[in-house]
Design a protein around this ligand. Structure first.
Ligand code: FES
Length: 90
């Protein structure tokens, strides 16, 4: 399955979640902390921690560990508060 992270092609396996596919491809950071700006990435892999929020196909605040990857999916990291897809920390 081929998809993109910030426009760069990533390959995952059929049935992978977005988080699993990105981790397997070496992408550990999916967003930055609102409070500190520190890089954050998937932690619990079961929908509990919300550390894996990303924008998927233009929809922000999706949990990467709960969404199955599909061909042509467009994934973008989240910056800033959860309601501010693509915004920089203020
Ligand atoms: S990794 Fe914890 S909610 Fe996705």
């Amino acid at each position: 399955v081929s998809f993109t992270l910030e426009g760069a092609e990533v390959t995952g396996s059929e049935g992978d979640t977005v988080a699993a596919a990105l981790l397997a491809a070496g992408h550990m950071t999916l967003r930055n902390s609102v409070a500190s700006g520190q890089p954050r990435g998937p932690y619990c892999m079961m929908g509990a921690c919300f550390e894996c929020l990303v924008e998927i196909d233009g929809i922000p605040n999706r949990q990467a560990c709960m969404v199955e990857v599909h061909e042509g999916m467009r994934v973008m990291p989240m910056h800033g508060a959860r309601g501010k897809s693509g915004a920089v920390d203020e």
